[in-house]
Design a protein around this ligand. Sequence first.
Ligand SMILES: [Zn+2]
Length: 228
Amino acid sequence: MMKGNAGEKIQERLFLSDSYLQKAEARILRKQENKVIPDKTILFSFSGGQESDSGWIGGISVSGSGLAELKGEKAIEYELEREPDFKEGDSVTIELDWEKRKKLMRLHSAAHVVSYVFQDVSGNDETIGSNVSSSKARLDYSCDHNISGPLAETEQKANAFINEGHEISIWQEEKGEGAEQIFHWKCGEWDMPCSGLHVKNTREIGRIRLKRANIGKGKERIEILLAD
Ligand SMILES: [Zn+2]
């Protein structure tokens, strides 16, 4: 049991302790038409700018997810493509679309590396937004000039760092009774609060490509793409 939580958690989010789990057995706690709440889950639901996972519950494709309240606690509820035959109390297999998740984890870890390298190269740490999908990640900055120059250097330095194979770890901040859990992403000296999912070593990210987009006056965007 995690410190700071009173009693058992109604739903165990297995992806928080192991982001590489691709399959799990779970029991259905609640079913309302095509919406189900399992007691354990490996499927991430949109949070902190990271897109939701795709996957299957009892062989049926998940079409959406969100937080629902069950017995006074928040749990992830999944919307299935059709109403399932299984009932509350039944055991089901949850499967993850690993190809999509792998891209999400690689791009999310890459976004963190790029944000630190870009800050180092350009001096700009005025992030005003970020997002991670399975096709690209983006970092938005408050900036009144074109960032093409520092971007080329950032791409080269970020790729060199990624290729060095640095370990990435996730640690949990100790909070008082009943408080929200705060997770941190750590890689060498770099540490930032993050509730997303990550690879264990920067080498898993592979080579990345950076693109600049101008998104309006005083704003610049860095797009991060997987090059292989
Ligand atoms: Zn993050």
